[in-house]
Structures are given as C-alpha cells and as structure tokens.
Design a protein around this ligand. Structure first.
Ligand code: ADP
Ligand code: MG
Length: 614
C-alpha cells in the first residue's frame, strides 16, 4: 500500500521564477523532478513512476515487432569516425578522454553501434528482416536546453533500427514501426498528428514526425480533419476565391498619388480595399554557392506572409536576409513601403527567363543560368501562387508616395517563377480533403525514418542474398522521446484546464499517471473515516488499481490541492457522507464529481479505468 505519509513527494506552492512552460512549472511543483544543471534533471519517485509506466507501454508495443537490446552510452571515437559523424555532430556531441588519452563520446543516437553489430553478425538474407530496439539514455549538448524536460541534455529515448534485404522489406518494417508508434501514443493518452517530414541531411527517403499540439512546442504545424498534416515549411492550402476589383479608367496600370501611405493598412484604407486586393513586396538578399549576393524579390497577397524556407528552396538560395535601403534602391529602384513589380522587370532577367512561366521547375531555371552565367547574378523575382490569375490589384510604384492600381500579373509584369512561398493561415482549406486547417505550435514526440544505405554502406554491413550474391542491407531508424510523452501529456491537459478555469492545473491520462487514484481521507483523526479509507484503498489495490492513500494528518483542503497538483486523474474523498454510506469520486479528466455508495466504488472506478485505456 502506498501511503502519502510515508512517500517522498516534495510539492511546492510556487514554481521557481525561471520555469516558463506549464509542464516545467508543474513537474517541479508536483515533486516529479529537480534540476541539477542546465538541461539535466533528477527524476524523483513520482516522475520515475510515470516514466516507468511510459517505458512499459513502449516496451510492450515494441516487443510485438522487434527485440530489445541495451547498447553502451559510452562509445569509442573510432566507430563515429567510420560513419563520418565524429566531426559531423559538432558541438552537440559530449566528448571525453579515457586515462590512456583515447577519445570517447556519450552517444547521441546509436546508428553506428547497431550497424557495427549487424556488420559483424548478420551474414545471410535468412537472418533478415530484423528490428532491434533499446530504451536508453541519450546525451546531446543542446545549444539551448530549456522548458524543463522538453529539451534536455540527458534524456531517455526508445530508438529502433531495422535491417532489410530491399526497399520493399524496409517499407514493411517502416509500416510496423508506424503502427507501433500509433499504438504507443494512443495508449499513453496523447492526441497526436503525424507529419510528413523533411528527410534533411540524413539522406533518407521517407520520414514522419509524430507531433502533439502545444504552445510549448518549437515546431509550427498545420493539420486538418481529412488527415492532412505538414510542417509549416511544407504546408500548402487551397485559398478561398477572392473578388477582384473592377478596373478603373482604361483598365491599364494607373499611377495614384498616395502621400505617406507606406503600410498595407494605410494603403488598403486609402483605396478602401481588402489586403487580399493588394500586392505585398518582400525583398531579400541571399547566396547561391560560390556566387556574390543575389537579390530575391517576393510578391504575394497583402494579407499573406512569406515563408523564408519555402522561398529559399524555390529560389535556390540560402541565408536570406532583408535588403537594406541601398539595396532596395539598387535592385528595385524604389523606397520601402512603395515597392512593386512593375519596372523591376528591366533589372531582372528578361529574355532568356521569359521562357519560364508559371510553375516551371527550378531545374529549368538552373539550366538557363548554366548556359548564360551572366544571368546568374540577376534579381530572382518569385510570385506566390496565391496571386496567379488575379487582376486589378494595387501595388507600390517604386516611387516615393505613389502606388499603381489596375495591376494584373502576367500582363503587367512577369515573375521569374510562380510558386507557393507563403505561410498558410489557420482556417484555410487543406489540399487533400478541403477541410479547414488548424495551425499551431507542436512538440515532436517521435520520428520514424527510412535511412537507406547510409550506415550499412559506409560501415560495410553485407549479407548474402538468395543467389549467394553479396548485398547491402537497407536500414530504417525510429526514435521516441520518453520524457516528451510525459511533458506533452501535461502540456495538453494544462491547456485544456487553462481554457476553462484559467488555472495552472493538469490531470494525466491514467495509463501514465504515477498513480491512477488518490484515496483522500479528509480527516484521519476520525477513526471511521480512517478505517473506511484504508479498507477502500486495499480493495482497490486488490482489484488491480494503482492507488495512493492520502493518510496524512493535514486539512482536507491541503490534501485536495496536493492531489490535484500531482496530476492523478481520479480522487476518492472519504468524508462526512460516509455516514450515509457514500463517498465522492472526482473525475478530473472530465471535471465531474459524483457521490457513490462506497460498496460500488471499486467496481465503478475499475470500469472507468478500463474504458480510459481501451
Ligand atoms: N534534447 C532532447 N530532449 C528531450 N527529448 C529529445 C531531445 N532530442 C530529441 N528528443 C526526442 O527523441 C526523439 C528522437 O530524436 P531525433 O529525431 O533524433 O531528434 P531531433 O528531431 O531533435 O533531431 C525526438 O522525436 C524527441 O521526442
Ligand atoms: Mg527528429
């Protein structure tokens, strides 16, 4: 029997001032964790109980598809030199020397170690496929450890690696891990979305991130009810149709004197139009490898924002930064606030680039530039696809205090390229099923990834195929942040509480809470209450419920507050109503308090718990 009076649960009334996000404050206040250094935490008994439950769920689901290993956290440098990551990992890797002066590191991940085992042990296609996993501590010298357990320098990861004979096999292994992840996160009570991710520098081909919406997250993602989900750097949307303005005069661009109207708000007020009828200009300088700085000018709807990652990719430039006033004058010929597409056509690459109409891929542009390198330094003008087909727009005239109206893309100016370079907005429709998009910050709880041949190739893992021919196995890797499951659960719950009560509270899903229920004896000095509490707690325990008995000699109010603080989802109050054979059940997940006969409590709670886990 777990008695509160005997346990070490150091709750705090106030969170330390440096704790910012809800989970950080609450984990400290609830006595789950204590900080030892930047991004380094001790897990106290409640935190450890919760993490153990998460680990148990992860292990159960992973055992269905793979086999558990335990690889050393301390790695010799040589193995990392073989893969090229001893240098590649840079300052993120913790490095040390042993007494003989040999270099070692604390592993950030385990592709190298697992591949060395595969290389030494796997000989035949008959041994494939393999899915190997472990649950182990990782060390990463994060540049900005922060937010409690969200980004730390020492954390638990479930990492798995698959070895298959061919790409079709890898597909199968990847799908198995995908299914295991969905089962794990569902059992942990998380609402998650699966985002198609950028495979980045790791050279893989397919990659998905499992994300949980929370303001504490560092990623920005969009998703919808049709199952569409993407990182903001990739997300696209269908725009609702916008009414174009009626042309004025002869319908051709007309110069209008707009003194002091430099902002979009001023311009739209002046013309009495909506920002969607205005063209915004955003001007950058960027670099292409080996070339001098290159002007990159983006045009988009007045109510849209540039996504610099998309723009970089489309324009084939990196290190974008805003143009200075001098650069604006040089490359566009106009002052900030009055920039527009008409006229910069003369500065930009006319002629050869005219062949590049809307949507033509960047390769074509590169081809043109290769044939005519002088073009390589001209201004790149990208128009967002949201302006395609629009007419009679308002835009800057590249002259102080003047705008044009009646501007029609294609007729009055020709961009180098038309592409999606904008940030999507909340509520726009997804490109898959046309459902409204939800846009928000999110935290990554897991990541699955088709690695390909990177490690098996470079580290020389080979097996014989059915024909006795030597082949390189193809790999996948799959990671889950154990602590992030706990923090994401707290953040999600705290956000729900905050929305309704304005208070900093949370309740954990029963599957990962340190205890499923607290039985609170409201006054231990009353023998009847004490006895009934003891009896009920024992009954619950024998029914398989993970119960904490609050037998402390404290005021009821203090005990209720503490029980709430430690995030336990159910509480049973043994109080005055016991005289009528009743106890109170507080269901914190649903915000319900009900009185029940003490005799039926155990059965009732057991069925609630079973429902919460199914
Ligand atoms: N510094 C960290 N602190 C806590 N958890 C982390 C940290 N870095 C990664 N994780 C967790 O480990 C999982 C697998 O890591 P990985 O995808 O290699 O990390 P990253 O996306 O940061 O490169 C992530 O999805 C995340 O849940
Ligand atoms: Mg990742």
């Amino acid at each position: 029997m777990h008695r509160w009076s005997k346990l070490f649960i150091p709750t705090l009334r106030e969170a330390p001032a440096d704790a910012e996000v809800a989970s950080h404050k609450l984990l400290l206040r609830a006595g789950y964790i204590r900080q030892l250094g930047a991004g380094i935490y001790s897990y106290l008994p409640l935190g450890q109980r919760s993490l153990n439950k998460i680990v148990a769920i992860v292990r159960q689901e992973m055992d269905k598809i793979g086999q558990e290993f335990f690889l050393p956290a301390l790695n010799p440098a040589e193995i990392w030199e073989e893969s090229g990551r001893w240098t590649g990992m840079g300052d993120n890797m913790f490095r040390l020397k042993d007494r003989k002066g040999a270099s070692l590191c604390l592993a950030m991940t385990h592709e190298e170690v697992i591949t060395s085992i595969a290389r030494n042990e796997l000989r035949s296609y008959k041994q494939l496929p393999q899915i190997w996993y472990q649950i182990q501590t990782k060390f990463r010298d994060e540049p900005r450890p922060k937010s409690g357990l969200l980004r730390v320098r020492q954390f638990l990861m479930k990492d798995a690696y698959s070895f298959d004979l061919d790409a079709a096999g890898l597909d199968e292994s990847y799908k198995k891990n995908d299914a295991a992840y969905r089962a794990i996160f569902t059992r942990c009570g998380l609402e998650f979305v699966v985002v198609e991710a950028d495979s980045g520098a790791m050279g893989g081909s397919q990659s998905q991130e499992f994300m949980v919406y929370t303001e504490a997250g560092e990623d920005l993602i969009a998703s919808s009810a049709s199952g569409y989900a993407a990182n903001i750097e990739k997300a696209t949307s269908r725009l609702a149709p916008v009414a174009d303005l009626e042309p004025s005069g002869d319908g051709m661009p007309e110069l209008v004197y707009t003194p002091g109207k430099a902002s979009i708000a001023d311009v739209t007020a002046f013309f009495a139009i909506h920002a969607a009828q205005d063209i915004k200009c955003v001007a950058f300088m960027g670099t292409r490898s080996g070339e001098p700085l290159r002007p990159v000018v983006a045009f988009l709807r007045g109510d849209h924002q540039v996504n610099e990652t998309k723009l970089s990719a489309v324009a084939g430039v990196s290190d974008l930064r805003p143009m200075t006033g001098e650069e604006l004058a040089l490359h566009i010929g106009g002052p900030a606030g009055y920039l527009g597409p008409i006229g910069i056509a003369e500065v930009m690459t006319q002629g050869s680039l005219n062949g590049l109409k809307s949507g033509k891929p960047l390769d074509k542009l590169k081809g043109v530039l290769r044939e005519n390198p002088a073009e390589g330094l001209k201004t790149i003008v990208i128009m967002d696809s949201g302006l395609e087909g629009r007419k009679n727009l308002v835009c800057g005239a590249n002259t102080l205090d003047y705008h044009y109206r009646n501007v029609t893309p294609g007729r009055d100016f020709t961009p180098t390229m038309v592409a999606d370079i904008r940030n999507i907005n909340e509520g726009e429709l997804d490109p898959l099923g046309g459902e409204p998009l939800r846009l928000g910050k999110a935290v990554e709880i897991g990541h699955i990834f088709k690695l390909g041949y990177k490690y098996s190739q470079s580290m020389g893992a080979r097996v014989l195929d059915a024909n006795g021919k030597e082949v390189t196995p193809i790999m996948g890797c799959y990671g889950i942040g154990i602590e992030r499951i706990l923090t994401a659960a707290i953040e999600s719950s705290a956000a729900k509480f905050f929305a309704t009560t304005d208070a900093e509270q949370y309740a954990l899903p029963p599957a990962i809470a340190p205890f499923e229920v607290v039985v609170t004896i409201t006054n231990v000095r009353e023998p009847d209450l004490l006895e009934a509490g003891e009896k009920l707690a024992r009954l619950l325990e024998s029914a398989g419920v993970d119960v904490l008995l609050d037998d402390r000699d404290e005021r009821a109010g203090v005990k209720f507050k503490d029980a709430e603080l430690i995030g336990v989802p159910y509480r049973v109050n043994i109080g005055k109503k016991l005289a009528d054979g009743q106890v109170e059940l507080v269901d914190r997940l649903n915000g319900l308090t009900t009185s029940l006969p003490v005799d039926s409590l155990s059965e009732h709670l057991a069925s609630l718990l079973a429902a919460s886990k199914s």
